[in-house]
Design a binder for this molecule. Structure first.
Ligand SMILES: [Zn+2]
Length: 342
């Protein structure tokens, strides 16, 4: 059974490929973080290896399906930034060594299943060398091998890579669908389900993660509080925060990027408030603070700073010195007008 929720169009495409025996040898799954790319990729790995118990493929019950779900299948490998360095800082890229290992194995017959599957998470982090090496495998695909590339930043992939994959887009789910799924399938109380759905920005996986791990919501709150604290702060405090986020970047790149992503939601909300569209605010629990701050910035200042955060994210993507990038961002925090009541 396909486990991805709210991506029926993507499942339909893959099912048709399976039924007609017309699967591509390489897929590119595109979509925002936590939208279901990895789940879909693993489901596809199950589907091509499944020895179905029953009528549906992937059945989820046979030993192939179960071993893949548990991460124990010898022919299914996930290559990403978290692999191969347990305990150490997160890797910054998928390296040429990763690709050499894959291309070395890809020509061998599968060990235990019908098809070797290589799933590349955050495929956009592939170094240029690595991408060029992968290109050879994409151009002359070995039989019984399936490559699945996952990305939330398609524009960072080399066009020579993406053009050789069949592209499937996973779209953010409507907020009401996420809320209703949380209520019905996870027994979440209506108010909480709606709140989580709003914060998830269309990524069911994020909502499920937040449900499971209270740290996700706590981190969001502490990052928003930090941001608000910095708006009025002296430059020393801002630089202190810059160095803090830069150190986080070295430990866990994606978590540091997420901090800026959380900040972006707040600045976007400020704009929304200025436009009087209070209902569309993500961070509803910050509505009073948003209300006040929206009166102290002009729309121009807000959009300029949003631009600065986006440039910082881009710079971090390209491995520019994180501390320097963060300091530049701190200097870009716009000066505020007087408090409205003053
Ligand atoms: Zn199965």
């Amino acid at each position: 059974m396909w486990q991805v929720i709210g991506q029926d169009h993507a499942i339909r495409q893959l099912k048709a490929g399976l039924e007609l025996d017309r699967l591509s040898h390489a897929y590119l799954l595109v979509g925002p973080p936590h939208v279901g790319k990895r789940t879909l990729a693993l489901n596809l790995a199950q589907a091509v290896n499944c020895t179905p118990e029953g009528d549906t493929v992937p059945c989820g019950q046979c030993s192939q399906c179960r071993r893949i779900a548990a991460g124990h299948h010898a022919d299914v490998r996930v290559i990403g930034l978290d692999q191969g360095n347990s305990g150490g800082p997160q890797r910054r890229e998928i390296s040429i060594d990763d690709i050499r290992t894959v291309s070395g194995q890809a020509h061998l017959k599968p060990y235990e299943g019908a098809c070797r599957v290589y799933i590349f998470e955050d495929a956009e982090t592939m170094s240029e060398e690595a991408a060029n090496a992968l290109l050879k495998t994409l151009e002359e695909p070995p039989p019984q091998t399936l490559l699945i590339l996952l990305t939330s930043q398609e524009d960072r992939l080399l066009p020579t890579i993406s053009s050789r994959c069949r592209r499937i887009e996973l779209r953010p789910m409507p907020q009401e669908e996420i809320a209703s799924y949380l209520e019905k399938s996870r027994s979440v109380e209506k108010g909480d389900a709606e709140r989580l759905a709003r914060l998830s920005r269309g990524s069911l996986g994020w909502a499920l993660l937040a449900l499971q791990d209270s740290l996700v919501l706590e981190r969001r709150k502490s990052e928003l509080d930090r941001l608000i604290g910095l708006l009025d702060a002296h430059i020393e405090q801002r630089f202190h925060a810059a160095s803090d986020i830069a150190s986080l970047y070295y430990r866990d790149r994606s978590e540091a990027m997420e901090v800026l992503d959380i900040w972006l939601t707040w600045w976007r909300d400020l704009l929304v408030m200025r436009e009087g569209a209070e209902d569309s605010v993500y961070n509803q629990d910050y509505i009073d603070s948003l209300q006040q701050w929206s009166l102290r910035y002009s729309s121009r200042q807000i959009t300029d700073f949003i631009g600065a955060v986006l440039s910082t994210l881009k710079a971090l993507d390209h491995n520019v010195n994180p501390r320097l990038s963060m300091e530049v961002l701190m200097l870009a925090i716009p000066g505020v007008g007087p408090r409205p009541q003053e």
